[in-house]
Design a protein around this ligand. Structure first.
Ligand SMILES: [Zn+2]
Ligand SMILES: [Zn+2]
Length: 178
């Protein structure tokens, strides 16, 4: 087996797993950091852009993972041969793949900043766009915070919301005050 193929057998599965895991990581950051600690920056994504402006302050958060991804890929190219090098390359490639997909689907398809409207022909992407628009309802946003798995996050959040008031009612009515 050639060296290139052998290396790909390590870094390719790592890249796929990391690309999927990045949506969970992005959802965590979006919900717990962008919408709390960094709301002053992320707010620019939830309010209309000033006339004539193509960029928003939130774009800075979108490119936050670019330097570590480049560093990992570079290490994967020039580091000393071994498992660590291949894993680092896979992680960097997975992060880059997710970043590119996020840019095309979130900024392109959902927010119309890039010509990606042809993706609405696919049912999966229509679902992604619909779920993300729910996040943009109101001014402060809410679940779903993830993008590619957002429709499932939304379904789980709604199910939890539906079950919560009823359990509170049951507790309130069935436990007598003494
Ligand atoms: Zn958005
Ligand atoms: Zn948001």
């Amino acid at each position: 087996m050639s060296q290139v193929l052998l290396r790909a057998l390590v870094w390719l599965p790592v890249a796929v797993v990391v690309a999927v895991a990045m949506d969970l990581w992005a959802a965590f950051l979006h919900g717990r950091v962008w919408h709390s600690l960094l709301w002053s920056v992320h707010r620019s994504h939830h309010t209309p852009r000033p006339a004539g402006s193509r960029f928003e302050a939130n774009d800075a958060l979108s490119v936050l993972h670019v330097p570590p991804a480049i560093a990992l890929i570079l290490f994967g190219c020039v580091g000393s041969p071994g498992l660590l090098r291949e894993v680092a390359f896979g992680v960097g490639m997975g992060m880059s793949l997710f970043g590119l997909a996020y840019l095309l689907v979130h900024d392109g398809l959902v927010h119309g900043r890039l010509p990606m409207q042809f993706l609405v022909r696919l049912r999966y992407f229509r679902g992604v766009a619909r779920a993300h628009r729910v996040h943009h309802e109101g001014t402060a946003g809410g679940a779903p915070y993830g993008l590619f798995l957002g429709r499932w996050e939304l379904a789980i959040t709604r199910r939890l919301k539906r079950s919560r008031p009823s359990s509170a009612r049951v507790q309130g009515s069935s436990v007598p005050r003494t």
